[in-house]
Design a protein around this ligand. Structure first.
Ligand SMILES: [Zn+2]
Ligand SMILES: [Zn+2]
Ligand SMILES: [Zn+2]
Ligand SMILES: [Zn+2]
Length: 199
């Protein structure tokens, strides 16, 4: 089949500007995009013209940054774009072998974890909150359907906003993501338990 006839026949909701190339749900995708975007922001914003002492520890985002907070100089296990290590800096780390964060942490009822403990506490970030950043996140856009109605779809878009706003949105959205992730894992556990009990 030629590309033009393929294009004519494809379902209307399959659109070329919707660049989501994964089978994960929008909540997991959005959370991963936030972590990726925050790494990108820090790579740009942590640039410093001040000469750094040569024996100072180096920031994982930007080698000229002289900040030594856990955002800039984390333990080796935290250096990644992946969600779980990042979530472990917002919630209490999972206890040995558990697939779940504690429910109290997830529901924001734990006194020991918070955004401000690690992610919201970097002095380099705090001094850059007024700057604008370009971040790629999922955004809801309205699309026309062939039936003449409109439908809301999630599309990856690059948006410009103050770093402060980005951080506030990320803090809030990762909170609801933590609950989504907890429920998803819990459902998977229940499913596998039922399958096992059937045998
Ligand atoms: Zn999900
Ligand atoms: Zn830094
Ligand atoms: Zn906690
Ligand atoms: Zn820092």
């Amino acid at each position: 089949m030629s590309f033009p006839s393929f294009y004519r026949l494809k379902p209307w909701e399959v659109s070329p500007d919707n660049k989501v190339q994964s089978c994960v749900c929008v909540y997991h995708r959005q959370a991963a995009l936030y972590v990726k975007a925050s790494n990108k922001c820090r790579r740009e914003l942590h640039f410093s013209v001040k000469r750094k002492r040569s024996d100072a520890p180096s920031c994982q985002h930007q080698c000229s940054c002289s900040c030594a907070c856990p955002v800039c100089v984390p333990g080796p296990w935290e250096k990644s774009n992946f969600l779980t290590p990042f979530m472990s800096t917002i919630l209490c780390p999972r206890v040995d072998g558990s697939r779940h964060f504690k429910l109290a942490c997830v529901l924001d009822k734990c006194p020991h974890c918070s955004w401000n403990k690690v992610q919201g506490a970097c002095p380099m970030d705090q001094s850059r909150l007024d700057q604008d950043v370009d971040v790629k996140l999922l955004k809801t856009v309205m699309k026309d359907t062939p039936k003449g109605t409109t439908k809301a779809v999630k599309v990856e878009c690059t948006e410009r906003m103050e770093y402060r706003e980005f951080m506030e949105r990320m803090n809030k959205e990762l909170r609801s993501f933590a609950l989504h992730d907890f429920v998803a894992r819990w459902q998977a556990d229940m499913y596998h338990r039922s399958i096992r009990d059937l045998r």
